[in-house]
Design a protein around this ligand. Structure first.
Ligand SMILES: Cc1cc2nc3c(=O)[nH]c(=O)nc-3n(C[C@H](O)[C@H](O)[C@H](O)COP(=O)(O)OP(=O)(O)OC[C@H]3O[C@@H](n4cnc5c(N)ncnc54)[C@H](O)[C@@H]3O)c2cc1C
Length: 448
């Protein structure tokens, strides 16, 4: 049962999306007063259409329910923390095999009604353009959960209190794979012109393999861009399939150029190569360099099988190119989703560089937990990379780098298990067990 409001501390949340609703509910359940600012229905982003909170702007799938998948594991963790989003997702579940798909309208409607009837949550219909006024009062705590389609005014306000380089505006993400799935009998580690430097994994293709690869790429189905994504998307970097369509050799002179490398397996030059670059500190994830793409996810799955070294890989983060504003979090946030330089300002959701509906919602929970700890002068909570929640905390506060990219739930961001387990289902079950134990301990230790 909810506690009665007894507290003078005030929490402001900007944005009643997935992260904002989750954060508001957590703080309210703890008995605190929350001002939840939402610009809808007076003002809409270019993709939001519904008047309801927690709107799913594209797919209605929240991914797999299976505990032996990374997104299933995240669901377990969110359930353990009493997630509002999970509660209403299950209530509005519709058949979708092992995936958790929801009736989007009723899902958002239920959450909106629940939030509106909560006497601890004061919903304020207002578009926030300036966060300075929120952080001036040191007794108030603010969580910015405005999502990836942030207005220019709010973006400017964030830049004003951080720095010019603190926000990225577009995703141009290449597919990523797990290191452990790469077939090294068909790959080798080396940097161009420097065989001593083993920074890149090189995946060679023969002429015959390149021909098949090329033919597939130029005929592959691509995602239809939305009108607000079309204009700027090609400015920074070009999707590789667009480059491929220019001429047969365009990829071989571009991201697949074989120059500066000698294949140690054959002791000769390759016809074409695909280079993989390390994507996280622990080197468990690698991305395909220069392969930012608009190919559909199904096409990317097929394409990866045409690269001999990657034939056993499953893509863990698909290539995308779309508008997505997110913080250069490692520069400005700590692992508690708190701004390094402003103690009463927190962020949550996709704006922090987590990617997808549930990672965003889950960060709302972790941000709210830590915002409350800060307000109460208590030790903040690190869920550790034994859990998906903690792995996201690590991700947003990784070593500052100019190539910071959003991250979804995947096993590559968890800390490795203490033991080697060959069977993948058993291994993933072990991850789930470890996460369950860790979160159970943390909940009791920190009184979450
Ligand atoms: C085009 C597009 C398609 C996507 N498709 C998918 C998909 O299929 N599957 C998936 O998992 N993820 C998808 N995503 C990512 C997904 O949108 C996010 O992961 C998720 O919605 C982020 O949740 P959030 O709470 O951070 O932000 P949102 O859900 O976007 O919520 C932000 C809320 O803040 C409000 N707001 C914004 N600015 C202000 C302001 N200045 N003042 C007051 N209120 C404000 C907005 O109205 C909104 O209600 C997509 C993203 C985009 C841009």
């Amino acid at each position: 049962m909810k506690r009665i409001r007894t507290n003078k501390k005030v929490f402001n949340i900007i944005g009643a999306g997935l992260a904002g609703c989750e954060a508001a509910n957590y703080l309210s359940q703890k008995g605190y007063r929350v001002n939840l600012y939402e610009m809808k229905p007076d003002s809409f982003s270019c993709a939001h259409k519904s008047n309801y909170f927690a709107e799913l702007i594209c797919s209605n799938s929240l991914k797999s329910k299976s505990l032996t998948t990374a997104s299933g594991l995240l669901k377990q963790e969110m359930n353990m923390l009493g997630s509002l989003i999970m509660k209403y997702a299950y209530k509005n579940e519709i058949p979708a095999g092992t995936a958790l798909a929801v009736d989007r309208e009723n899902f958002s409607k239920d959450i909106t009604e629940y939030i509106n009837q909560d006497s601890n949550i004061n919903v304020i219909s207002q578009r926030i353009n300036d966060i300075n006024t929120f952080i001036e009062n040191k007794n108030e705590y603010t969580i910015v959960a405005c999502g990836p389609l942030i207005s220019d005014e709010l973006a400017k306000s964030i830049i004003d209190i951080t720095s010019e380089n603190s926000l990225f505006f577009y995703d141009a993400i290449a597919p990523t794979v797990l290191y452990e799935d790469i077939d090294f009998s068909n790959a080798y580690m080396a940097s161009r012109y420097n065989s001593e430097d083993k920074s890149y994994i090189n995946c060679p293709l023969t002429k015959e393999e390149y021909d098949i690869f090329y033919k597939f790429v130029v005929n592959a189905k691509t995602v239809q861009l939305r009108y607000f994504e079309e204009q700027k998307i090609f400015e920074g970097c070009m999707p590789f399939e667009v480059l491929a369509k220019r001429e047969y050799d365009a990829l071989r002179f571009g991201p697949m150029k074989p120059i500066g490398l000698t294949n140690p397996h054959t002791n000769s030059k390759d016809y074409a190569i695909i280079q993989l670059r390390q994507d996280n500190i622990t080197a468990s994830i690698y991305n395909l360099v220069g392969f930012q793409t608009n190919l559909t996810f199904a096409m990317q799955d097929e394409l990866i099988k045409l690269i001999p070294a990657l034939k056993n890989c499953k893509i863990i983060r698909y290539g995308v190119m779309h508008r997505n504003t997110y913080l250069n979090s490692p520069f400005v946030l700590n692992k508690y989703y708190q701004m390094q330089s402003v103690r009463n300002l927190f962020f949550a959701g996709q704006i922090t560089g987590v990617e997808g509906y549930l990672p965003s919602a889950s960060s709302g929970l972790v941000s709210a937990i830590n915002c409350l700890k800060e307000a109460c002068d208590m030790k903040k909570v690190d869920f550790t990379a034994n859990t998906m929640l903690g792995a996201f905390q690590n991700h947003i506060s990784t070593i500052p780098n100019k190539n910071y990219l959003p991250m979804n739930a995947n096993y590559g961001i968890l800390s490795p298990l203490g033991q080697y387990i060959r069977n993948k289902s058993k291994k993933y079950a072990e991850y789930a067990k470890r996460s369950f134990q860790t979160i159970t301990q943390i909940i009791s230790l920190y009184d979450i």
